[in-house]
Design a protein around this ligand. Structure first.
Ligand SMILES: CC[C@@H](C(=O)O)C(=O)SCCNC(=O)CCNC(=O)[C@H](O)C(C)(C)COP(=O)(O)OP(=O)(O)OC[C@H]1O[C@@H](n2cnc3c(N)ncnc32)[C@H](O)[C@@H]1OP(=O)(O)O
Length: 261
């Protein structure tokens, strides 16, 4: 790192066909700011330009959090529905691009995944969840709904409809065992996340990439038929409307004031 320069908010590693994107803001529980969004955009471009990439892994730095959602201190400055829609639709579009990549995507959930963090994980094809991690669509506690399209991915994820909708309306966190029981977690792991990942992909690795691309195409064809992108954008509009509400503004102020004490 150059002297005087801030460290990047994310890391991108590439080893042997595996591209790993790590949100690197441990001190903010890996909250997504504008720089992280741009990093996500960068990996989408990298994957389309580099045919050697076979898997995308998304994870968070440290052991505490996978991702705590949008950076409340940064995005709280957005005051109008229009401004909120600008930020939400930027990330929502990037997340849709990630969700529609031709390679398998894996959320390696090393710790808490809440709010937008839970949306990022839900947009991935698979979720490997650390035994002590808690995850949830907690947006309701802030007086808003999921704002990056995660509600739509969840409702299309094949989870029993009542479980999926309950996760959204509950707005609370679930532990790893419960997440596995309802089908949101693909696997639960204890110990090293790298080992958990290796165990998970060891069979997939032996399969030719064209087979993976074909299966993703089948999945994504059905999404296109269901107008997923349009539905994601409608979801984002609903969140942008609630963004201006007193309830949202007060809830975020409460969180930020508590954190600053
Ligand atoms: C905007 C998009 C929207 C969507 O579309 O879904 C959302 O994502 S809304 C949801 C936003 N996320 C949250 O409401 C989660 C807020 N964070 C927490 O509830 C907790 O921090 C935690 C994730 C459960 C972790 O708790 P803990 O381990 O006890 O850590 P602290 O609470 O002490 O936090 C440490 C440090 O990190 C800062 N922090 C945490 N999350 C965020 C965040 N989302 N944005 C900005 N900053 C965040 C927190 O303020 C602390 O900072 P300092 O006080 O400076 O140490």
């Amino acid at each position: 790192m150059n002297k005087g320069m801030d460290k990047l908010a994310y890391k991108i590693d590439y080893i042997d066909g595996i591209l790993t994107f790590t949100i690197d803001r441990e001190e903010k529980r890996n909250a997504v700011n504008d720089e992280v969004m741009n990093g996500f955009k960068e990996i989408v471009t990298t994957i389309y330009e580099n045919k050697d990439v076979r898997f995308l892994i998304i994870t968070g730095a440290g052991a505490k959090a996978f991702c705590s959602g949008g950076d409340l201190s940064e995005f709280h400055k957005l005051q109008t529905e229009k401004d909120a829609f600008g930020m939400l639709s930027k990330m929502g579009t990037i997340l849709y691009e990630i969700a529609t990549l031709p390679v398998p995507t894996i959320a390696l959930i090393n710790g808490t995944a809440v709010g937008g963090g839970c949306e990022i994980a839900t947009a991935c094809d698979f979720r490997l969840v650390a035994k002590d991690a808690k995850c949830g669509f907690i947006q309701g506690t802030l007086g808003i709904t999921s704002g990056w399209g995660g509600g739509t991915y969840l409702l299309e994820s094949g989870l029993k409809q009542d479980f999926a909708l309950k996760m959204l309306v509950d707005s609370s966190t679930y532990d790893a065992d419960k997440l596995y029981e309802i089908g949101w977690a693909t696997n639960i792991f204890e110990g090293s996340k790298e080992v958990a990942l290796e165990n998970f992909i060891q069979h997939m690795r032996k399969i030719h990439p064209s087979v993976h691309h074909a299966y993703k195409e089948i999945k994504l064809r059905s999404w296109k038929e269901k107008n997923m992108f349009e539905r994601v954008m409608e979801e984002i509009k609903l969140c942008a409307k609630l963004w201006e509400s007193d309830e949202h503004i007060e809830a975020v102020n409460r969180f930020l004031n508590k954190s600053n004490k």
